[in-house]
Design a protein around this ligand. Structure first.
Ligand code: TTP
Ligand code: MG
Length: 372
């Protein structure tokens, strides 16, 4: 993307996302895994889940978060591999160093993903596409792995662009194309529109960016609250969010609203154990560690409470947290009130450089828990 004859205020944003990240690392490190369907995650003979899989496995319909047993049924010949988070973290640090070699203005979003603002980067004939190519090349040279890149004038479009041409993609959405591109995009492909919102939009007969754009701002705000304004802008290809250096997330949380209110210590603890595993996984994927664990409960009458425990140092393992949850639960009214929603959160986050990963333990626990 060249801005030489375009609006001088236009930014040049690159989104980088590694291809089949965990699986690609495993294929790199084990010659027997090359070109084969590889599944990284919990074992198939259990209730484990797929963290990710190689593109060879995706041909069978396997994807992240699918139960491993289902993945096994889809492709019995696939090779199941336990995750090695310490290696993924090392690679993540390597690619961040590579980003830093191009610009100081980059924002890691997860272990394998980052936004770079290259507006002020000199050279490369002023072309963000050439910079993206150079980043991909450098990543390959230094890690032996393949990244996909999206190039555009804001984060929303750069993120979509990096997904357009995967694997080994390099896709540009130019300022001239941006608005029309979003118009033709299916709502489900919008980053930031999850399954529930997608369904709500479909119910309102919003299927594409064009349908979204047709709705006036007050209507969007009426249906979607604060997000209405964001949808109004992105449907026009507008996203002013800056690329922020080394984003420090303050918290990570997961929650579950029940189709029918639940009651009783046992079903509640079962759900909390599952949510705890999911929240922990999210925390690890961010490369962060927490000091505070929070339990959130919404009772059937919508009264909402939280109970927290803050530790004197970083929480380094999942082991023992179920017991802490059980203690937090004692200080609630779950014995005499039905529960509509349960949530688990980690906060007080810091980069977890010192954390000893207990991932195998995690995946074994997921395998044993009721995670489906
Ligand atoms: P993604 O970038 O979403 O997926 P990916 O890199 O495996 O594949 P691609 O980008 O080519 O589509 O996630 C990065 C890593 O995060 C992924 O390799 C494994 C991990 N992860 C999970 O553990 N659970 C999940 O549900 C997802 C989506 C990812
Ligand atoms: Mg990826």
């Amino acid at each position: 993307m060249s801005t030489s004859n375009a609006d001088p205020h236009l930014r040049k944003i690159i989104h980088i996302d590694m291809d089949a990240f965990f699986a690609a690392v495993e294929q790199r490190d084990n010659p027997h895994y090359q070109d084969k369907p590889i599944i990284v995650g919990g074992p198939p003979n259990s209730r484990g889940v797929v963290a990710t899989c190689s593109y060879q496995a995706r041909k069978f319909g396997i994807h992240s978060a699918m139960p491993s047993s289902q993945a096994y049924r889809l492709c019995p010949l696939a090779i199941f591999v336990r995750p090695r988070f310490d290696v993924y973290k090392q690679v993540s640090a390597q690619i961040r160093e590579i980003f830093a070699g191009f610009t100081t203005l980059f924002e890691p979003v997860s272990l394998d993903e980052a936004y770079l603002d290259v507006t002020d980067v000199d050279g490369y004939k002023g072309s963000a596409t050439l910079i993206a190519q150079a980043i991909k090349q450098r990543i390959h040279t230094h890690t032996g792995l393949i990244a996909s890149a999206g190039v555009s004038y804001n984060k929303f479009l750069a993120k979509i662009a990096s997904d357009m041409d995967k694997p080994d993609g390099l896709y540009l959405i130019s300022p001239e194309e941006g608005e029309a591109f979003v118009e033709n995009l299916e709502i489900g492909k919008f980053h930031g529109i999850g399954r529930a919102t997608e369904k709500k939009m479909h119910d309102l007969e919003i299927y594409t960016g064009q349908d979204l754009k047709a709705l006036p701002l007050p209507v969007l705000e009426q249906y979607f609250g604060k997000s209405g304004k964001y949808y109004y802008h992105i449907s026009r290809g507008i996203d002013h969010r800056p690329v922020v250096n080394a984003r420090i997330s303050k918290s990570v949380s997961v929650e579950n609203t029940f189709a029918r209110d639940i009651q009783g210590h046992e079903p509640i603890m079962q759900t909390l154990t599952k949510l705890l595993d999911e929240a922990w996984l999210k925390l690890q994927a961010k490369g962060m560690a927490a000091r505070t664990l929070t339990l959130k409960i919404k009772y059937h009458d919508f009264e909402q409470i939280t109970r927290s425990r803050t530790f004197s140092s970083q929480i380094t393992q999942l082991h023992g947290l179920t017991e802490v949850m059980a203690e937090l639960l004692c200080d609630t009214r779950v014995t005499d009130k039905k529960v509509r929603l349960l949530g688990v959160g980690f906060s007080g986050l810091q980069p977890n450089a010192d954390v000893v990963f207990q991932q195998l333990d995690l995946f074994e626990r997921i395998a044993k828990s009721s995670l489906r």
